[in-house]
Structure formats: structure tokens, C-alpha cells
Ligand binder design. Sequence first.
Ligand code: ADP
Length: 483
Amino acid sequence: MKILFAASEMTPFAATGGLGDVAGSLSHAIAGRGAEVVRVMPMYRQVIEGGFQPVDTGVRLDIPLGLRTQRAEIWRLDAEGVATYFIRRDEYFDRAYLYNLPTRDYDDNFERFVFFQKAVVGLVDALKIHPDIVHCSDWQTGLLPLFLRHGIRGTGRTRTEKTVFTIHNLAYQGLFSANEYTHTNLPFSTFTVDTMEFYGNINLLKCGITMSDLVTAVSVSYLREIQNPDRGFGLHGVVAAAAHKLVGIVNGIDTREWNPDEDPRIARTYSASNPEGKGACKRQLLAELSLDPDPKKPLIGMIARLVDQKGLDLLEEAMPEIMERPVSFVLLGHGLQKYEELAQSWALRWPGRCACRIDFDRDLAHRIEAGSDLYLMPSRSEPCGLNQLYSLRYGTLPIVHGVGGLEDTIEDLEEKGDEGWGLKFREYTVDALLAKLDVALRLYDQPKAWSAVQNRAMLKDFSWDHSAGEYISVYERLLKSQP
Ligand code: ADP
């Protein structure tokens, strides 16, 4: 079985969030199960700055974009048994950010990602890769099923590949003006309400859902939620109409990168059987953040894109009451200006007890997971969520809003007693959040009980072992089905 993963971001090369973590670690886990895996992503500036050294294959592809032609270079890196191809065109991808400036999206995102997707098809043909399945992810690859069928000039192509499309986040749909359609060179017959048309615009996520042979979402609860009008971001009907080809598979985590027992980024390594090092991690983190060095006070951590989805509005309301309790708080994130300013105002209001870092800093993210006692994830909606899973592994108890993947991965200590490993509030209200925080603080005051829960959390297995097997079953099912 040969699987080609096409994604706009993949760890370790470049990532802005969960999509990158999952595309990178899932493809690796699938390769570990014996499938032949090939990966394709854009060659961003971050790939070079990250110290990776892909080599030029010398292959060049002429990619049509309407009446123009743009040349793509194909670079390649082999690591850990997986070949990764990079589509290089510096005009598109050698930029400070992947998709947007701090204030707005790049104007040419449609052109950039049409170019990328066509280059994927061009590469498959030029290098005779012959994948059985092309696995696409999110809007940046939503047109791939059509390009695989119609070719990059829209003149037709003999398609042998099946397509899987994974919805990592339905909120980001890749909406563009219909005027840009000419970049695709696709026939006008493929711009319909049954494919990608969405109130007169192009909707790339919709196209991925309608045109792929099979669609997965990153948790079972999220897949159910997005079929409801109040949680489907306008696409609930499209998702529901694809019911015959939908599968929910919860994400796994990369246990090589997120392993407190071997993590080079933290002050001292530790494990479930040898947890002492966590205290040193906390002391180091408090010092790094210039927070009061009071190790007895529980430290609450949070790492998130600062957008509405992550529950920042609820947190804004809850913060004064959270800080009335004997806790410290650290937030790492960047995103909407209003939330960045809000977070900075907290640090000024509670000096020594509240720290805020407006940044994207993977090393600090590791130190926060290791050094915090509690991890807060009050997301309004959450397709899967990864940080609650990293937290478990680092013995940092998650307090989450029970939606999507948070619902599926966290069992509540009050509800499940000894079978629980976190705290989960159901109502999206300040009172519900605080009630769970108070349960956590009471538990923290009982060191023995706290250690027992911490130990249980650290032993939970959310590696790819299980979920990669589910993806393999999906691929097998697809390959057995009729063309
Ligand atoms: P989402 O994909 O919605 O951003 P997830 O929880 O699924 O949320 O994944 C987020 C990933 O991105 C995690 O690996 C998290 O640690 C990382 N991340 C998010 N913001 C930052 C940041 N400011 N600095 C470092 N890592 C971050």
C-alpha cells in the first residue's frame, strides 16, 4: 500500500498548529506500520531556517495558472524511512509566515495553494510515484481530488488514486472569490453547488469533502457536532450529505517529540515511575517567567492560538476570579490583536503571578507542559486538541470544556472517580469552569491523591498506536471498494 500525504504543513519542518503536528506524526506512524509513505509540502522559509537540508532533485514542473505558467522546483529529503518532497517557488513560500501576516491573510493564498496542489499532481506524474491513496488535509488540499481527476490543465487525466480527506478544522474553509477560479484551469462544470460553490464563492474545504472518496474528522464527537447547524460553520449540510463516507478518528500524539523522559527542552527529565524531575521543571519555568518562586502554589498553563475558538472570551470573563485563587498562570500564544492585548494586560495586572508570552515558541511550549500543574483548555469548539494530550503525558492535569476531541479524550475525575484523568466542564460558563478549577485545587491540596491522578494521566496511551491502525483500516476499506 502506497500512501501520499499532501499537506500545507508538517512537523518537524513547519507547523502553525495541530494540522502540522498530525500530518507529520500520522504519516510517520503509517510508515511504521509497513505502508510505503511519500509526503509533499511547500518549501517554506521555515524549512531552511529550521536547519533541514533538502536536496534539489533537478526536476522542474511547469504549472499552469490560468493563462500563465509558473515553474516549480522539486526538492527532497529522506529521513526515518520516509521521503518528503518539497515544492519550491520562493515567490510563494519564502515568507515570514505560512498563511498570513499578523493583520491579514496573504492576498494570493488561492494562487499559492492552487500552485502547490497542481505541483503535487505534476510530481506524482513526473516521478511516476503511483500512490494508491492520496491523503489530503484541510482547505489547502481541497482541490486535489479534482486535479487528480481532471489534470493540472483541466484536460483530463487517467486517475488511479483514491483520495482520503481529513477535516482538521471546519472553521477554516479557504473561501475565495469565484473570480479566482481561472487559476484552476478546471472546466466550469466543476464549479457547482455539488462541488465547491458556496454562496457564489469558492469553498476549498467543501470541495475536499464533496470530491474525496472518503472523509475523516479528527474525533468522533467533532464529526457528530459539525453536522448540526449551530456547530457546522455553514457546512453542516455538506458534511451530513457525505454521511456514507465519513469516519471519525481521534488524533494520536508524537511520543518521540512529547516524552518527558527524554525531552531535551526541559530542565529535568521525569516519568510516571520517576516523577521527581517535574518539580525542577516547575522551578525553572517560574524563574524563566519571572513568577513568584512559590512551588506550593499550583501553576496553570495554557498554549493556544489566540482566537475565539480557544475560549478566550470565556477566559476574559473568568480571569479575575481565577486569579482570586492561590494560583499562578502562564499563557503562550499569538493571534488576534485584541486577545494579545488582553493577555498582556493580565500580566500587568497580576505581576509575579501571571505571565504572558506573545510568541510561537515550541521550546517554551514543552517547558510549560512540563512545569505547569494544571493545563487549561476552555475551547468553545475543539476538533481534537493536542495540548490536553501532551499535558497528560507530562503529568499536568487538563481542565477542559467537554466538546469535540476534548469530550472524547478526557474522562472527568468527579464523574469517573478512579477511572478519570482530568476535569471537564460541560456548560460554557465561568461558573462551570471555576467549579472544575476548585475541584482541581482541592485535589492539589492532597499530595497523595494528586500524585495518584498524575500517575494515571501519565500512563494514558494517546500515541498513534491505536489511531494509525484505524487509518490503515480506512485505507484498506477504500482500496477494496469499487472505483
Ligand atoms: P490548533 O490546531 O487548533 O491550533 P491543537 O491543540 O490541535 O490546536 O494543536 C496546537 C499545536 O500547536 C500544539 O502542538 C501546540 O503546542 C502548538 N502551538 C500552538 N500555539 C503555539 C505557540 N504560541 N507556541 C508554540 N506552540 C504552539
